[in-house]
Design a binder for this molecule. Structure first.
Ligand code: HEM
Ligand code: SF4
Ligand code: SF4
Length: 423
């Protein structure tokens, strides 16, 4: 039943991809770059992130100001001597230097924000694609399991990015995360302390979030390496047209809808921002102890918090934990009949290494033969990695490796019979 479902989704996905070829041509069909696109958008995040890093100050009283300084849409009031004051309600939060911000800073922040959304969207689409085409099971378990870890880390890095802004939303998210972690039996309190870098929120909290953000992004690189380790020549770059299209989408989104924290002063200056009026409280600088009522949710990264708010911490653990568990076990069910794994015929193998070089799944290793043998090496198949593809059979000049259900002699005989019959 489940296999039939996978067969159906495979047929539908392939038809959809072929259908799109009529519009885009086969070379520029974005669906064929499902794995390359998350990687491509990741580069946008790295470069825009490094630019933001140059001005970001990870302390409780400067983080919000530094982010707004970067976005170059001045929201600051001047005092009599011309110094800019950042106001939250009637209280002056901090006085900053009189520059108005970094040129195009809002666009760079927009690229980071929209690039992050693009990465999450393309990652989820990529996951659905490999799942629906049934390219996630058996010997593909490692790319799948490392993929699930990638998904978790993309989410984690995105969430910590939202915390760095240190607005009222970031404070609310921090409090909810603490509650969520504290709900873990036995180690909950320690997890929460680890997360905020101490007993209470302080400057080290933001330093830690910053570390989680950058450290998490670095770890993604390592995970990508794990992800590729058993893939033969993965497609890692989209075609030029798809590159430009993605670049265009992100730039246009960042230009038309730059990432800013909306304030009353900003709306007065840019009336178009009035549509975001309801989020002023969510976008205002964080105040420890004040939990804002309505927060601005980002569907791609903040859905776990939406869940926590709607169903409570325990149910959120149950739903998110259950979904993650299902993802982790997906490649191990249903098990296929594995009766056609390549077998080496010891007596014929000369140890020439051709099969091991050609195997797309790194399933053949070359091992030393016993001393005194005629040949130095012998090919050994690692059954768990073998996809039963038969490439090694074609690669072997000595007919020393075979698929037991498709012996090369019987294939040769079939081909000869077909040729003779003129079919
Ligand atoms: C940062 C996120 C990710 C990146 C950059 C990435 C990148 C890639 C690339 C470039 C490929 C090769 C595609 C090809 O050659 O056509 C690939 C394959 C694969 N990915 Fe991902 N991936 C990511 C996330 C995920 C996730 C979340 C999953 C699933 C949970 C996943 C599962 C797989 C599987 C099973 C394959 C092998 C598919 C096959 O052999 O056809 N990946 N990935
Ligand atoms: S059949 Fe041969 S080439 Fe294909 S995965 Fe198995 S060992 Fe590798
Ligand atoms: S190609 Fe054939 S002979 Fe060469 S190592 Fe592989 S099995 Fe042995």
């Amino acid at each position: 039943m489940y296999k039939k479902f996978l067969q159906l989704t495979k047929n539908l996905t392939v038809s959809l991809e072929k259908g799109l070829n009529f519009l885009t041509t086969q070379e520029n069909n974005p669906l064929y770059f499902h794995g390359a696109l998350p990687l491509y958008t990741f580069w946008f995040l790295i470069f825009s992130g490094i630019m933001l890093w140059m001005y970001y100050i990870p302390t409780l009283d400067r983080a919000w100001t530094s982010v707004n300084y970067i976005t170059s849409l001045p929201v600051l009031l001047k005092d009599a001597s011309g110094h800019l004051l950042l106001k939250n309600g009637n209280a002056v939060v901090v006085a900053v230097s009189p520059e108005t911000g970094i040129p195009y800073g809002a666009v760079v922040r927009g690229i980071h924000r929209w690039g992050a959304a693009a990465m999450m969207i393309t990652t989820v689409l990529h996951m659905l694609r490999v799942y629906f085409t049934d390219r996630h099971r058996a010997w593909r378990w490692l790319p799948w399991v490392s993929g699930v870890l990638l998904l978790i880390f993309v989410l984690f890095v995105g969430v910590t990015g939202y915390l760095l802004v240190w607005d009222a939303r970031a404070y609310a998210l921090t409090v909810w995360t603490q509650k969520w972690l504290e709900a873990v039996p036995l180690i909950g309190a320690s997890l929460s302390t680890f997360f905020i870098g101490g007993e209470a929120i302080r400057d080290f909290t933001l330093t830690r979030f910053f570390f989680f953000h950058i450290g998490g992004a670095t770890f993604i690189f390592w995970l990508i390496w794990m992800h590729f380790i058993r893939l033969h020549e993965p497609v890692v770059t989209p075609s030029r047209a798809v590159n430009f299209l993605t670049l265009g989408f992100i730039l246009v989104a960042a230009g038309v809808y730059p990432a800013v924290n909306v304030t009353q002063e900003l709306i007065a200056r840019y009336p178009v921002l009035a549509v975001d009026q309801n989020y002023i409280a969510s976008d205002a600088p964080a105040q420890i102890g004040y939990l804002v009522q309505t927060i601005r949710y980002d569907a791609w990264y903040l859905f776990p918090y939406y869940l926590i708010e709607k169903v409570g911490v325990n149910w959120a653990w149950f739903i998110l934990g259950g979904a993650t568990l299902l993802l982790f076990v997906a490649p191990f069910y249903p098990k296929d009949r594995r009766d056609n794994i390549a077998e080496v015929i010891d007596a014929k193998c000369t140890g020439c290494t051709f099969c091991s070089l050609d195997c797309p799944f790194e399933a053949i290793t070359m091992q030393e033969r016993a001393p005194g043998s005629k040949f130095k090496l012998i090919a050994v198949v690692q059954a768990a990695r073998c996809s039963e593809c038969g490439v090694c059979v074609g690669a072997c000049p000595f007919q020393a490796i075979e698929l037991p259900q498709n012996l090369s002699k019987s294939i040769d005989a079939d081909v000869l019979a077909l040729l003779k019959s003129g079919a």
